[in-house]
Design a protein around this ligand. Structure first.
Ligand code: FES
Length: 104
């Protein structure tokens, strides 16, 4: 397992990007829950964000791809609007151990 960070390193209702070698990931903390996805839009396979650590829409309610505006549910990564409607972000499995996020 790979240590990603401590849950307190991610602010509530916000997102944070990580580079692990060739793997780019991002995590979202919402209502105390953590959700982690590969930073790869299912539309064209590009990274979702233009600005570092900014993966959410202006209301912080959905994950946003800045290239063509696709929107994804934070909880399961399903695209609910945009050109990849019905496809999903690739979730990354992890375990919480004493508040630390470990990738499987
Ligand atoms: S590349 Fe993400 S919506 Fe087109």
């Amino acid at each position: 397992m790979t240590l990603l960070c401590h849950i307190n390193d991610i602010d509530d209702d916000s997102s944070k990007g990580f580079s692990l070698g060739e793997d780019n990931l991002f995590a979202v903390k919402k209502d105390g829950g953590i959700f982690i996805y590969r930073n790869k839009c299912p539309h064209l396979g590009v990274e979702l964000n233009w600005l570092e650590h900014q993966f959410l829409d202006s209301e912080g309610a959905l994950i946003h791809c800045t290239t063509h505006g696709a929107l994804f549910l934070i909880e399961d990564g399903t695209c609910v609007a945009g050109p990849c409607l019905g496809k999903s972000l690739e979730a990354v499995n992890f375990e919480l151990v004493d508040g630390e996020i470990h990738l499987r």
